[in-house]
Design a protein around this ligand. Sequence first.
Ligand code: NAD
Length: 490
Amino acid sequence: DNIDKVGHYLARFREHGVPNHIGGEDRPAIGNMTFETISPIDLKPLAQVAHGDARDVDLAARAARDAMAEWAAYGGEARRRLLHRIADAIVAHAEEIALLECVDTGQALRFMSKAALRGAENFRFFADRAPAARDGLSLRGPGQVNMTTRVPIGPVGVITPWNTPFMLSTWKIAPALAAGCTVVHKPAEFSPLTASLLVRIAEGAGLPKGVWNVVNGFGEDAGRALTQHPDIRAIAFVGESRTGSLIMKQGADSLKRVHFELGGKNPVIVFADADLDRAAQAVAFMIYSLNGERCTSSSRLLVEESIHDRFTDLVAQKARAIKVGHPLDPETVVGPLIHPEHERKVLEYFEIGRSEGASLAVGGTRVDGPGGGCYVAPTLFTHARNDMRIAQEEIFGPVLTAIAFRDEAEALSLANGVQYGLSGYVWTSDVTRAFRVGDALDAGMIWINSENVRHLPAPFGGIKNSGIGRDGGDWSFDFYMETKNIAFAT
Ligand code: NAD
């Protein structure tokens, strides 16, 4: 049934390809080049995608610049209403979005059906903040009153990764629009379908032409050109840490403001006094859901020595029970990884872990899944050391590395002993320890006795090599807006 439905939704892309969208029009790339996007389920082509380059980016940036005045003139209340209409339209297209996302990324339908709705929530959340986005303070000085206000920074570039492209695009673009910015979006080349659908949904809901433009293409040409374009005032980027570093260099000449949500190698610390069943369930969920292709996945399990074997057995049982299968099957938890290139990387880490001397408790192999695509087994390495590559490097697959610790001090030193600092998870029934450890962890987001449950008003982002800046709440507006001070003599 789902396969028939997705065939129907794909027909348009198969026939017309995935175009760029500039100034309200679907367009082929100026150079008339295309590239193929494949499904990780069977590696067969899904569609031809416009292969944009600097010329397309220039056209899109100019469209975004030209639309700024009209969009700014809309005012916060009108933007609020329009962004809610976009959210309504996303909900109306939720099935189409979820099914396309599954075949384009390999992510399981049970998660993608929620991701489409979360995309709508992102729009509603920032819609409601749009009317107050420009508010500031009044500060009285000797002989003057200062009034601060915020203004949109201008056209912005948004560059997104392939793992959960729909949800992430809404998370970055909704606040930009609420702030009054216009957007040029460069989606990831491995999963471009839903970005094309999303801009169409937004314009169908009444978004003026040119406010939101999409240029497809590769990082090294379209992405790079966007980060270098003089009309683009800021770049919101989600992706790998080393790409963030490149973008910072590329944007230096035009003094780009940057916001980075980057990689992670996030620790989950389990103390002996934790609710172990609940912790095991959360640990398994946070690494094996979304194919492990999740920036906040808890990919390093730090477990107190006295419960190491018992706890890793619990996680291993859960890993073995996970259904690896076709992403459109509602029972599937782990679908195929995004692309053969990425699959190769994950398989390589299976070898690296073995050769480094970690014990393979579960998985560590390819799986012959439906369609013959990029399926790998949920994997658990135990008895690892923190200096192993499987403990230090982001694998971005369903691969968990467990390390035993003796005491709290060692747990913290292991947890903080990586280049990343996105999220951290602590399981203990000792409240004082929970606060102490949470406070001492080098990460932008800590969850105590919980998996990653998002609260949109709370700040989202990482420290160290995991990012620069925060999203959520009003923090998104700190990035997409400039603060201006007007001083009046009294
Ligand atoms: P990536 O860095 O390879 O690519 C991300 C995007 O950047 C793509 O659109 C790509 O085309 C573009 N790009 C590549 N090179 C560029 C360049 N030189 N200039 C401009 N743009 C360029 O990342 P990926 O492999 O698509 O995604 C996986 C990574 O994303 C993981 O590291 C993951 O942790 C991270 N991620 C982070 C978060 C977060 O919120 N912190 C969320 C999701 C994913």
